[in-house]
Design a protein around this ligand. Structure first.
Ligand SMILES: [Zn+2]
Length: 217
């Protein structure tokens, strides 16, 4: 098997964990032995040893699906090697954006050992800024799956419904400020999917390119 890194990227509620588990299952049916890991910071629903998906729900309807694949929680990416079995042929990592910069050499080491790697994560945080090592992992990827959710912005009783690529953070129903802490793990009570037009980040500095006239005129 050739070296192969697959990166599944998308905003919250885009179905990243579902896709990760689907690929994990395909490999399992191909009799490839795999192991799944996840950042220990992801303690959603009190199931730290499971990969839990939380599909986009209708307003006021809470739901989540627990899939059979187990995701061993680790705090530092290099801890993964302590659990790696000799016959493992592929490694899946969920919520990869939460790991520190060591995740990059860890992934490279796995690939060098001819172990296939599938990671899933948020490319940007709630502020729309690059999240963790996702930008680096995306450039290293042999295969990228970009997933979208549906924008849940509501105006005059209507849902926007356009493809959502951003994660909107809400605190008490209001858009979170740019300076609020990045990491707060939670379900739809704290985050929602938004299209670029409906992604609001109060206090975000506007960095626009300023064109200047040439002095040689
Ligand atoms: Zn929208």
């Amino acid at each position: 098997m050739a070296e192969k890194l697959t990166v599944i990227a998308g905003c919250m509620f885009a179905g990243k964990s579902t896709e990760l588990v689907r690929l994990f299952d395909l490999n399992r049916h191909a009799s490839l032995k795999g192991q799944a890991f996840k950042a220990s910071i992801d303690q959603r629903y009190g199931k730290p040893d499971k990969i839990v998906v939380h599909p986009q729900s209708d307003n006021g309807f809470e739901c989540h699906i627990e899939l059979p694949a187990t995701g061993l929680p680790i705090e530092k990416p290099e801890e993964l090697f302590g659990f790696l079995k000799p016959d493992t042929k592929f490694v899946a990592v969920d919520e990869v954006q939460f790991f520190n910069e060591n995740i990059v050499p860890v992934v490279k080491t796995l690939l060098a050992k001819n172990i296939q790697v599938i990671v899933a994560g948020l490319p940007t945080d709630f502020r729309g800024e690059p999240f963790g090592q996702m930008p680096v992992l995306l450039t290293l990827a042999d295969q990228i799956t970009r997933l979208q959710a549906i924008c849940k912005f509501e105006q005059d009783g209507k849902i926007c419904g356009r493809p959502a690529t951003r994660t909107q953070r809400l605190i008490n129903g209001q858009p979170a400020n740019f300076d609020d802490p990045i990491i707060l793990v939670g379900g739809e009570e704290s985050y929602t999917a938004r299209c670029p037009d409906h992604h609001f980040v109060p206090g975000k500095p506007r960095v626009l390119f300023q064109s200047t006239k040439s002095k040689r005129e």
